[in-house]
Write a protein that binds this ligand. Sequence first.
Ligand code: F6R
Length: 263
Amino acid sequence: MQVVILDDPESVAEFAARRIAHVIAVAASRGRAGAIGVATGSSPLGTYRHLADLAAAGQLDLAHVSAFALDEYVGLPYDHPESYHAVIARTVTEPLGLDPALVHVPDGAATDPQAACARYEELIRGAGGIDIQLLGIGANGHIGFNEPTSSLTSRTRIKTLAQRTREDNARFFDSPDQVPIHCITQGLGTIADAGQALLVATGGSKAAAVAAMVEGPVTSMCPASVLQMHPHATVVVDDEAASRLTMRDYYQDVFRRLPGTDR
Ligand code: F6R
């Protein structure tokens, strides 16, 4: 796991966008369009803005790139402004100029959500897998909506949101009881299959979860700790989110010595 500590959220976003652009360029050089795994929530918004800028400046060609969202609420209609179908369209598909036909979100409005989970796994496989998965982390250590005690090898499935997650996400709804109880999320095993995992976290409210993910044991009590098992996982944090890491100097030393194509 590589840990990159940067001064502020803007630098985190720029670093992450450049890393994604680099992975897409490598895929293109190998004759593949590439697939990005995309997260919702506040953490990746700056990254999407920087990616949109790179695309607008002609430094990134996303015309044939696919995108796969991590998760979706169960029971919200697609056109609900907080359904992840709508959020991904608003924050990813439109600003990045992706082809909507190549952007996929789990079908939380399906009449048979179990079948929708299996279909989603098929879709990812059919696209040749995800080249780089962008992630945020919940204050309880979740990635996607894999709440504490999620199986470390889980696949896309229906989960029940933790109370903490529902409280954290209440800011997007008119009242806390409008936050759905169930979701469909890529599993930890699904996320682990991505060629690269790129997690961004900023702010002091994420510091404990970041420390548990990076320096704690691999445990389903901190689902993000599964990234310790990933051969190409990068955690990009600002100073505040890094504030509870004990090996900070080491991470910074490693980062300074990196040959820098994408820093
Ligand atoms: C959303 C997702 C979640 C969020 C996490 C952090 O698709 O997968 O794991 O990344 O809840 O949310 P923010 O970034 O809003 O703090």
